[in-house]
Design a protein around this ligand. Structure first.
Ligand code: NAP
Ligand code: HSE
Length: 430
């Protein structure tokens, strides 16, 4: 008779509640797939008094997460945050439990510690739900593409910002209006920092970069720019150029190492990622032999995320039943992290300039002195509050060095011809 697997769940919020529902409603099927019966030994929460619904009986609730993780075969961490989640998972691993987590922030900051502990203790750590919710992405990169050579992982991995940019584009709302709507619909949290400043997408870029390039990429290695500064004028400019603005997360293998970065880009409308609307996620994986693969689906939400958690749970449980193990952290390549300043991009630059003779030549001269070649220019009158005559001067460049562009922008900001640098966006997907 196979012993009953003991499952401890940390957190009963948006994701945890759905994990508990599926564990209850799908028990018969899940036990067949695992090859053993299971029992949820407890659900750790902060507030023991809150009603949690039929799938989380009151007697399972505990605020003693430490004791709960010390006595389990599998610990499912869906509480979020760095602490106490990190310490609890280390304790679970040290006690011999395998771990399933949806916590990208923790993995991107302290993944190394967790992977090493899991390795040392001979247990599994699975985290499909940490990147792009329901979309199977971690397992395809870690396992299905283990025989190939991944060149680039590029995608929309944050639903909240994609919703905001999509709403700005399709309804003409400002950033603040679209953010307020995203909060009303429950996409964005009360404190939207992690989403709108690109930090959530950066954590995911770190995880994807580590997996794809067999190299440790942590949060500190990812350059992240968010979408707070995207204006309605940027959205209109993109539209005029047959483009849309999207927040992309990019992990890329370069000749001299790995680059991981997150920033808003202008993307051609015929690029497959351009049509990803609302809070959906989509990721391109480009591999040497496989070519381009696209993954699309719901990147957030209780049930979609719980689907990924349950997939990991079944795998970890099966491994225990047959006394096997899943793949360990693979970091043999140990590639250097290439800073953003060493990369090249195409740029869209929008400037508020004084509308008078010689201004266009002055701007062109700054760009040319920095080795930046202009591909297209657009100019239109811009009403100025001080009665002076202004124009919005927009240029799209050919490929230019990031550091040269930073230098040119500093010079433009100090130029007498330029009243203000309005925005700078990278142009992708040519
Ligand atoms: P949530 O709704 O805020 O739920 C968090 C749960 O953890 C709550 O039940 C909370 O207890 C419990 N908790 C938090 N701190 C605790 C502590 N110190 N001790 C005991 N319990 C604690 O969060 P969520 O949206 O479900 O997200 C959970 C994780 O999944 C996060 O890592 C998140 O990044 C990840 N994730 C979420 C989504 C999504 O769409 N929501 C998608 C992908 C990944 P109380 O209920 O008592 O407050
Ligand atoms: N806040 C994230 C998003 C969901 O908006 O995509 C969890 O990864």
């Amino acid at each position: 008779m196979t012993p009953t697997l003991r499952i401890a769940v940390l957190g009963a919020g948006t994701v945890g509640a759905e994990v508990m529902r599926l564990l209850a409603e799908q028990r018969e099927d899940l036990e067949h797939r695992i090859g053993a019966p299971y029992r949820v030994t407890g659900v750790a929460v902060r507030d023991l008094t809150r009603e949690r619904g039929a799938h989380i009986p009151r007697e399972l609730l505990t605020d003693d997460a430490k004791s709960l993780v010390a006595d389990a075969d599998i610990v499912v961490e869906v509480m979020g945050g760095i602490e106490p989640a990190g310490t609890l998972l280390l304790k679970a691993i040290a006690s011999g439990a395998s771990v399933v987590t949806a916590n990208k922030a923790l993995l991107a900051q302290q993944g190394a510690k967790l992977y090493e502990a899991a390795d040392k203790n001979g247990v599994d750590i699975y985290y499909e739900a940490a990147v792009a919710g329901a979309i199977p992405l971690v397992r395809p990169i870690r396992e299905s593409l283990a025989g190939d050579s991944v060149k680039r992982v590029l995608g929309i991995v944050n639903g909240t910002t994609n919703y905001i940019l999509d709403a700005m584009s399709s309804t003409g709302q400002s950033f603040s209006q679209a953010l307020a709507k995203a909060q009303e619909l429950g996409y964005a949290e009360a404190d939207p920092t992690a989403d709108v400043d690109g930090l959530d997408a950066a954590a995911k870029a770190a995880i994807l970069g580590s997996l794809a390039f067999h190299t440790r990429v942590s949060m500190a290695d990812v350059t992240a720019e968010g979408i707070r500064e995207i204006s309605s004028a940027d959205i209109r400019a993109a539209e005029r150029m047959g483009r849309v603005v999207k927040l992309l997360s990019i992990a890329e293998r370069l000749e001299n190492g790995v680059s991981a970065r997150v920033y808003p880009v202008m993307l051609r409308k015929n690029h497959p990622l351009a049509s990803v609307g609302g809070a959906y996620n989509a990721v391109f994986v480009e591999a040497e032999a496989a070519g381009s693969l696209m993954f699309y689906g719901q990147g957030a939400g209780g049930a979609p995320t719980a689907s990924a958690v349950l997939g990991d749970l079944v795998t970890a449980a099966r491994n225990r039943v047959v006394s096997g193990h899943g793949p360990r952290e693979s970091r043999y390549a140990d590639l250097a992290i290439v800073p953003l300043s060493e990369l090249h991009s195409r740029f869209y630059v929008s400037l508020q300039v004084h509308d008078r003779p010689g201004v266009l030549a002055a701007v062109a001269s700054v760009l040319s002195e920095n080795g930046i070649s202009v591909a297209t220019v657009h100019q239109e009158p811009l009403p100025g509050a001080d009665g002076d005559e202004y124009a919005a001067l927009e240029a799209v460049t050919h490929l230019a060095s990031e550091s040269a562009m930073q230098e040119a922008l500093a010079q433009l900001a100090n130029s007498e011809s330029v009243a203000r640098v309005l925005s700078v966006l990278r142009v992708e997907g040519e």
